[in-house]
Design a protein around this ligand. Sequence first.
Ligand SMILES: Cc1cc2nc3c(=O)[nH]c(=O)nc-3n(C[C@H](O)[C@H](O)[C@H](O)COP(=O)(O)OP(=O)(O)OC[C@H]3O[C@@H](n4cnc5c(N)ncnc54)[C@H](O)[C@@H]3O)c2cc1C
Length: 397
Amino acid sequence: MDFDFTREQQAFRHEVRAWLAARVPADLKGRGFAASRADRAHVDRLRGWQRELHGARYVGIDWPREYDGRGASIMEQIILYEEMSRAEAPQPVNRGGLSMLGPTLMKHGTAVQRTRHLSKILTAEEIWCQGFSEPNAGSDLANLQTRAVLDGDFYVINGQKVWTSMAHVADWGFFLVRTDPTAPKHKGISFLLVDMKTPGITIRPLRQITGEAEFNEVFLENVRVPAANIVGGVNEGWGVAITTLAYERDVLTMIRHISLRTALERLVALAKRTKRNGHTAADDPVLRQKIASLTIAERCLALNGYRSLTRILKGQPPGPEGSTSKLFWSQVDQDLAEVATEVIGPYSQLAAPSSWAPDEGQWEFYCLLARGSGIRAGTSEILHNILSERVLGLPKD
Ligand SMILES: Cc1cc2nc3c(=O)[nH]c(=O)nc-3n(C[C@H](O)[C@H](O)[C@H](O)COP(=O)(O)OP(=O)(O)OC[C@H]3O[C@@H](n4cnc5c(N)ncnc54)[C@H](O)[C@@H]3O)c2cc1C
């Protein structure tokens, strides 16, 4: 097994490193590891940054050239994200569009849908949100009740979605709706592209434990959506959603992992400069062990990520193994947040804009945000079930 990067990949790394060194805006540098996407003005700023990245052809670099990508391998994408982490640059804001919807449209979308949407995902001209979860359909997603009824060339949608990240700033959403209530629950679902400005959509922000409102309730009342916006066929939405979720758990987890590495590097720097009783936190033998253990866990995540990568490089779709990475990542993320709290001590409770909050309160924000890591993109309990049944082949009951 060869873990080294090729000469071309190394050259690409140098090119990206130089570009980022010159271009990461000072006001965004270092603010990405515990970033919120709740504030509209900040999201607009991040749209601008994604546009700049796109101008240098650093967005969707693994997308085929016919869709305005670079046609580079996913290895280059990983190198890019590693370098962005190193440069403390924020990631592209249109994450759901780039890592979930884009690949889904390439696999299941029509030519018209691809032409209409893919390039605007790359430029962040249109930001996407994911309308899957409902009040009674989270882990049991196939239980979703939002109805879509055909009326001429339109579907009329009624129902409610919840936890919809960035719905308040999104231009479009990819929604799961029930198009055949009489079919078994996995079989009557369709995957629909919805313009978030369509009349009948009401978006109510939900305040999170961080104090910010990045996700929302979305109410749909007689929302008329062109029937041509169905992706992958009527009542075929479950299969399409599985593709999207696999990308969310696999490729997106790899990207999240790189953010975790940034946080770990900052934690090490924090431990070195945080003084207590005449010593730094990095001199404390217990904290040293905990940080070393996090570093080992981070390395394991990287190697496991490379395993998933190999699968994708061989042209295979992401498999249930992605669940291992997501599960492990969420545990390491929460452990890291806890160790940061120990390093900082009582000051860890201080939030921005207090001038006493270390790193401008980003650690306090990170610790609270990490509570959701074991919930979003599949809860840890559900991932344990998937691993037991689909990877290890244990009996369901
Ligand atoms: C930060 C964040 C962002 C999110 N963004 C989005 C988004 O953009 N779009 C979107 O559609 N959704 C989003 N979600 C929702 C997320 O996908 C759901 O919260 C998740 O799927 C769990 O569903 P639920 O909240 O309804 O919990 P439930 O499914 O009601 O689960 C409650 C508890 O019961 C456990 N449980 C449930 N079923 C089982 C079982 N069979 N075996 C063992 N334990 C079980 C769960 O593990 C959990 O602990 C987001 C969530 C978070 C935290």
